[in-house]
Design a protein around this ligand. Structure first.
Ligand SMILES: *Cc1c(COP(=O)(O)O)cnc(C)c1O
Length: 356
């Protein structure tokens, strides 16, 4: 820390992203990326012609992209916001809707929420998940606060039903309810259907997981026109060109091949269920997942040791140190081949424990 840093940031605990190691080749199952590349048209959109236009600023309104998203999802372009990854949108949402009323979120959820709360000096009520890691719905009703929920939740993978989400949105009429749907395409119900009924709902999505574009940084969101204009106000006060030209072009092209991505989601779901059964056969307890990852624990070996041994064997998974989940690992669903290899290595690692 330099002696120049503003005091308000001296104690800030920044978000720690999952490892992106460059030292050796791993089977990389630690940051919930898609194992499949973007669709052909998505790749073609980042052409030499597109690159030649990089001398010009991107469209700050992302008009074509917003129209494409509006068409595909059945809303108007003025109900759509796009930004440099959904982390960017979540940051804006905490800033725009949390400062006066405070925020609330679960104890076990996306690790960025507490960082944004701290960054913006927002009073946060942290609500513990139930013992089985489900969300205690009643505690998220009538909060008087900005409510932030990942659905499906991370890192558990557990999803809420649309009726449960609606109860939370309906019972917090005077504050914004953010439903972070980073993983919704892998088997949960989207809150988008509730948009016509509720002006306090903000549905946040990303191209990073189900659309194979984590490296492009593209997030999008749906809400009432008024909420979208608030987010635009923050965006135009920080970085109007925050979605670059190549990303806008790729994002639009991806919408024209939506079937490619929905097929990949089906494939990932099938691989997930196969992997889940195999993990259970190895003695793991695995939470029910509606996402592109599994959250698993084994009674014969600590979460930390499983993580470490897998890493030695060239397989990266995500281990968290928070006490309630320290014995779990979050395993991203890769290709069938990657999962077969991961399971083979796990089988070997666990063999040593069977005799104890
Ligand atoms: C991955 C993830 C994000 C961030 O996505 P980006 O669009 O890549 O910034 C947001 N929320 C949750 C719950 C995530 O898992």
């Amino acid at each position: 820390m330099s002696r120049f840093l503003s005091k308000e940031y001296a104690a800030l605990k920044e978000y720690i992203p999952g490892e992106q190691p460059q030292d050796r080749k791993y089977i990389k199952l630690n940051t919930n990326e898609s194992p499949y590349p973007p669709s052909p048209k998505t790749q073609d959109a980042i052409s030499r012609d597109a690159a030649a236009k990089l001398c010009l600023y991107s469209d700050p309104e992302s008009r074509a992209l917003k129209e494409g998203l509006a068409d595909l999802y059945g809303v108007t372009p003025r109900q759509v916001f796009v930004s440099n990854g959904s982390d960017d949108i979540l940051n804006f949402a905490f800033m725009a809707f949390g400062k006066d009323v405070g925020a609330c979120y679960a104890d076990i959820t996306y690790g960025f929420y507490p960082v944004f709360a701290q960054l913006h000096h927002i009073d946060a009520r942290v609500i513990p998940l139930s013992a089985d890691f489900t969300l205690p719905i009643a505690e998220f009703c009538h909060t008087g606060r900005l409510v932030v929920i990942a659905n499906p939740n991370a890192p558990t993978g557990i999803a809420l039903s649309l009726a449960e989400v609606e109860e939370i949105v309906r019972s917090n009429p005077d504050t914004v309810v953010v439903i972070d749907e980073a993983y919704v395409d892998f088997g949960a119900e989207s809150a988008l259907a509730l948009l016509p009924k509720y002006d306090n709902l903000l549905v946040v999505r990303t191209y990073s997981k189900s659309r194979s574009m984590a490296g492009a940084r593209l997030g999008f969101a749906f809400a009432s026109e008024a909420i979208i204009s608030d987010l635009e106000r923050i965006k135009y006060s920080t970085n109007p060109y925050n979605v670059n030209r190549l990303t806008q072009a790729a994002g639009l092209a991806a919408l024209s091949e939506d079937g490619y991505y929905t097929d990949n989601c089906k494939r990932i779901i099938a691989t997930r269920e196969r992997t889940r059964e195999a993990l259970v056969a190895l003695g793991f307890t695995v939470l029910p997942s509606s996402a592109n990852f599994l959250f698993a624990t084994h009674e014969k070996m600590t979460g930390e040791e499983i993580y470490r041994r897998l890493k030695e064997d060239g397989v990266l998974v995500r281990h968290f140190t928070a006490p309630r989940i320290a014995n779990y690992n979050r395993i991203t669903i890769g290709t069938d081949e990657e999962m077969t290899q991961m399971l083979a290595r796990l089988t070997n690692i666990l063999k040593g424990t069977q005799t104890i």
